[in-house]
Design a protein around this ligand. Structure first.
Ligand code: ADP
Ligand code: MG
Length: 247
């Protein structure tokens, strides 16, 4: 198995607030890692560090053997190896769906327009949005916008995809279509790191679960089913309980 992402002894602080404490992680090509944990435990910050959006205080992050160092000259190149989809879609309001998708491939990666358009249309078709290619973001539902954001990330041909609570802002009936898209990507062999509060989705999609609490990896396991049935640590038990209701 080839290792795509490696994090060793990562520390991240905001002033005196130590947000990530000695995190270590190794992700192989094709693996789907799901990170869960209470609000404020550092999940978003961790993803942002992986993508070079945050400076780190110590530790090493490498993608495909190349170090991720925020602010460095070659960060643009590295970011192209990592696609990220956020809770808010951040589509350009004055550009159509298709234009939003092909912007970065043409501008940043200098791809031929015809080639980018062709691939964008194929991907939009795959996520059920071929007929929306000339729509503007305001004409789409939240779930549709989020699927456009996923297509936009895929067009950059990233080695790894990061998802930060991408369904958290969606109405319940739209959550499903976005999660289905992510499940399909996982089945197709994409390497993904997913932060989510959708526990049954996490169980379905994950090859590995990481439970993060107060900036530390408290539990990490390949036994995904076992984790949700019976986590090993009290902290994970307590956290999972907040998702279940007594009948
Ligand atoms: P999560 O995504 O798990 O909810 P975050 O990564 O957003 O958690 O936040 C982790 C901690 O880092 C929180 O204590 C938060 O207040 C702090 N934090 C996040 N971003 C910043 C920032 N830009 N400046 C200062 N503190 C931050
Ligand atoms: Mg977050």
């Amino acid at each position: 198995m080839s290792e795509l992402l490696k994090v060793t002894h990562l520390y991240k602080e905001f002033g005196t607030n130590v947000v990530l404490k000695d995190l270590n992680l190794s992700v192989n090509k094709g693996e789907v890692v799901v990170i869960i944990g209470p609000s404020g435990c550092g999940k978003s910050t961790f993803l942002r560090c992986l993508n070079g959006l945050e400076e780190i205080q110590s530790g090493v992050i490498t993608v495909d053997g190349l170090p991720v160092e925020a602010g460095k000259r070659d960060i643009t190149k590295l970011r192209q190896k990592i696609g990220m989809v956020f809770q808010s879609y951040e589509l350009f309001p004055h550009k159509t769906v298709l234009e939003n998708c092909i912007l970065a491939p043409i501008k940043v990666q200098k791809r031929e327009k015809d080639d980018a358009v062709k691939e964008a249309l194929e991907l939009l078709d795959k996520v059920g949005l071929a007929d929306k290619k000339d729509y503007y973001p305001r004409q789409l539902s939240g779930g549709q916008k989020q699927r456009v954001a996923i297509v936009r990330a895929l067009l950059m041909h990233p080695e790894i995809l990061l998802f930060d609570e991408v369904t958290a802002a969606l109405d319940p009936e739209m959550v499903h279509e976005v999660l289905e898209t992510m499940l399909a990507l996982a089945k197709a062999g994409s390497t993904m790191i997913i932060v989510t509060h959708e526990m049954s989705f996490a169980e379905a999609v994950a090859d590995r679960i990481i439970f993060l609490d107060k900036g530390e990896i408290v539990e990490e396991t390949d036994n995904v089913f076992g984790f949700f049935e019976q986590p090993k640590t009290e902290r994970a038990k307590k956290f999972l309980k907040t998702f279940s209701y007594e009948k």
